[in-house]
Design a protein around this ligand. Structure first.
Ligand code: SF4
Length: 86
């Protein structure tokens, strides 16, 4: 029998980070809802519409500001709506 071990599951820091996340409204103009944000996130529906963004805790680079590390709760004037939100 062949047993497959998933090598990608070996980062305890990452799984710890992913366990904590923040909840945002899709209308919040924060990094969590911005197209330039690089952190892990997904959106949740309410009444068949995208309503929440769940963003993992921690800092991440910003595509629009290469020298800046941001959290989901940060904001700036370069904000653009995350294209994955219909
Ligand atoms: S720092 Fe500005 S441009 Fe970058 S992800 Fe946050 S809101 Fe978007």
């Amino acid at each position: 029998m062949h047993i497959h071990f998933d090598q990608t599951c070996e980062a305890p820091e990452r799984s710890k980070t992913m366990a904590a996340y923040g909840t945002f409204r899709v209308t919040d103009k924060k990094c969590a809802t911005c197209n330039y944000y690089q952190g892990a996130r997904r959106f949740g529906m309410q009444a068949n519409k995208p309503y929440y963004v769940y963003a993992a805790a921690g800092t991440t680079p910003c595509l629009a500001n290469p020298n800046r590390k941001v959290t989901a709760n940060s904001r700036c004037l370069s904000w653009q709506k995350w294209v994955s939100i219909p």
